[in-house]
Design a protein around this ligand. Structure first.
Ligand code: KIV
Ligand code: ZN
Length: 510
């Protein structure tokens, strides 16, 4: 029997910390359901002390998920731990993850605490957390740059206090794989009570080494890896779940452990996360990139046709490529629609909401022959946002013709009040954005504009992401439509809606 490698997914917490990736409660629940289907062991649902919205989202995930442990993050502060405990109340399997920084630079410059105070606070935090659950995880933040003797001291103390999992973060993505593996080995050997806990790692990708560092730690005895779908996360992201899982699975000759992940859900999960956050997946990304299993050169194709294993170490279908093909079309009835939503883990709030989404599905099916799962997710995402929209697109005319200036005329409702504007621009999208700005004068700075086809075929819906920055806040807005200029207008307004909503949330690590 091989050891079990615990997969701890932090897409909803650390992933969400990447600028612009914030998700609504409904979106978090949808992703959590998909992570449960993927058979992730632990889902870190968020940081409840950040805001009331974050608290509600963690609570909603905890109330929904049954087959994975739900975890909430808390700084080593009593109020944070209490919020985490309250958000998880009633969950069958709840974990509190508490942390405090242990590197000299973080203790001195960020916390302004002495090493003694840090040890004391870490122990207190674990004890507070134990009042809510016996499943407590502790992380010494910035462990990769911490003094090893001090690390041993803190970790020994929190084990004695009752922590069950010790997570070693490479917070700034600084370490090298061999060095990180050695750090884990040394901690396990030098901490006298280390056999009472599961060691875990949490690696950031600043030098592109998050997966390599995590796997090196696994070889050196770690039995939990913290990771995110598509490697989403602050700065260069976290270790990518799909790469960790498939490395361990593909190289069973090398790794002494296995996961319980159902890999056939990897690609649908990747698409769901990318669709909801608006962070596209690069085509050559391992496992989930569009080209990950495509063979271009004639020699490779010939080899693969003769014998697949000449150039392929995994099968595309094993990670879920091609499994999303159940189609709905304009003749599909409400029952087929309802049951496909249920299979995708999408529950609409009421019969009324189902009717409204079904009407929009019919409108889409009139324009587009086959409706794929990705189209349904895009429909539902849009419907979930619509009732709370401050700015709403009512109509758009965009004109482009060779030799003529592109031009757009738009009608927007602002809190129910209609306004109209026209503008020319260097292209129809530019003209549309200028027309919107003529009405709303947001003054926001456009940081990113990207268009992706949601499915294949020229009748695919275009999914547009717009990233806006204003007064230090960064938001992503998404919009989907068969007409990419309309999708762009929706995405721009969706970003403005997010900027408009006041969002007062604390960042756990700042
Ligand atoms: O990167 C990090 O150190 C973290 C901690 C909160 C575990 O995300
Ligand atoms: Zn992190």
């Amino acid at each position: 029997m091989k050891d079990h490698l615990i997969i701890f997914d932090t897409t909803l917490r650390d992933g969400e910390q990447s600028p612009g990736a914030s998700m609504t409660r409904e979106e978090k629940v949808r992703i959590a359901r998909q992570l449960e289907r993927l058979r992730v062991d632990v889902i870190e649902a968020g940081f409840p002390a950040a805001s009331n919205g974050d608290f509600d989202a963690v609570k909603a995930v905890a109330d929904t998920v049954r087959d994975s442990t739900v975890c909430a993050l808390a700084r080593a502060m009593e109020a944070d731990v209490r919020r985490a405990g309250e958000a998880l109340k009633g969950t069958d399997s709840a974990r509190i993850h508490t942390f405090i920084a242990t590197s000299p630079i973080h203790m001195e410059k960020k916390l302004r605490m002495s090493p003694e105070q840090v040890v004391e606070q870490a122990v207190k935090a674990v004890k507070w957390a134990l009042q809510y659950t016996d499943d407590v995880e502790f992380s010494p933040e910035d462990a990769g740059r911490s003094d090893i003797t001090f690390l041993c001291r803190v970790l020994e103390a929190v084990i004695d206090a009752g922590a069950k999992t010790l997570n070693i973060p490479d917070t700034v993505g600084y370490t090298m794989p061999e060095q990180f593996g050695q750090l884990i080995r040394t901690l396990r050997e030098r901490i006298p009570n280390s056999d009472r806990v599961v060691f875990s790692v949490h690696c950031h990708n600043d030098l592109g080494l998050a997966v390599a560092n995590s796997l090196s730690a696994v070889v050196n005895g770690v039995r939990q890896v913290e990771c995110t779908v598509n490697g989403l996360g602050e700065r260069a992201g976290n270790a990518s779940l799909e790469e960790i899982v498939m490395a361990v699975r593909t190289r069973q000759d090398y790794f002494p452990c296995e996961t319980r992940i159902d890999a056939t859900h990897i690609v649908p999960t990747s698409k769901l996360v990318s669709g909801i956050t608006g962070f596209p997946v690069q085509p050559n990304k391992a496992i989930v990139g569009a080209n990950a299993f495509a063979h271009e050169s004639g020699i490779h194709q010939d080899g693969v046709l003769k014998h697949r294993e000449t150039y392929e170490i995994m099968r595309a279908e094993d990670v879920g490529w091609g499994t999303n093909k159940l189609l709905l079309g304009k003749h599909s009835g409400r029952n087929a629609f309802r049951s496909r939503l249920a299979e995708l883990g999408i529950e609409l709030e009421s019969e009324e909401a189902l009717n409204a989404t079904f009407m929009r599905f019919k409108e889409l099916a009139d324009k587009k022959h086959d409706i794929f799962d990705e189209d349904l997710h895009a429909l539902v995402s849009e419907d979930a946002l619509t009732p709370h929209e401050h700015y709403k697109l009512l109509s758009l005319v965009a004109h482009s013709e060779t030799g003529e200036d592109p031009y757009a005329s738009i009608v927007i409702a602002e809190d129910g009040r209609e306004s109209r504007a026209e503008s020319s621009g260097s292209g129809p999208v530019d003209a549309t954005f200028r027309a919107i700005e003529k009405i709303l004068a947001s003054g926001a700075e456009l940081q990113l504009f990207s268009v992706n086809a949601i499915t294949s075929g020229t009748d695919s819906q275009g999914e547009v992401t717009v990233r806006l920055q204003k007064s230090g806040r960064i938001v992503n807005g998404n919009g989907a439509d068969i007409d990419i200029v309309v999708a762009s207008a929706k995405a721009y307004l969706s970003a403005l809606n997010k900027l408009h909503g006041s969002l007062d949330r604390a960042h756990p690590q700042v």
